[in-house]
Write a protein of this length. Structure first.
Length: 86
């Protein structure tokens, strides 16, 4: 897809693919859409998060609660109950 190609830095191929999808006569007709897609990719890349973000600030408590619930569920015997029910 044009978005994938743009995200991999293959701009020329993305233009050709978008031209084929839109049925445009020239590459100049799709330049505005290419710029919009590229801006969307740049915005998504700038908003990346890391695991350190889960251990800092206001999300620390909810993350801890979720991890505790998953841990308790696994060691609470639910897998054994499911195994013998089937």
């Amino acid at each position: 897809s044009p978005r994938y190609l743009l995200s991999k830095g293959r701009d020329k191929e993305a233009r050709v693919a978008l031209k084929r999808l839109r049925g445009a006569d020239s590459l100049d007709q799709i330049d505005p859409e290419i710029r919009i897609i590229q801006a969307s990719i740049d915005e998504a890349n700038s908003q990346s998060a890391s695991f350190q973000d889960l251990l800092a600030g206001p999300v620390l408590k909810p993350t801890g609660i979720c991890l505790m619930l998953m841990f308790l569920q696994q060691f609470g015997g639910i897998n054994a109950v499911n195994f013998y029910c089937v």
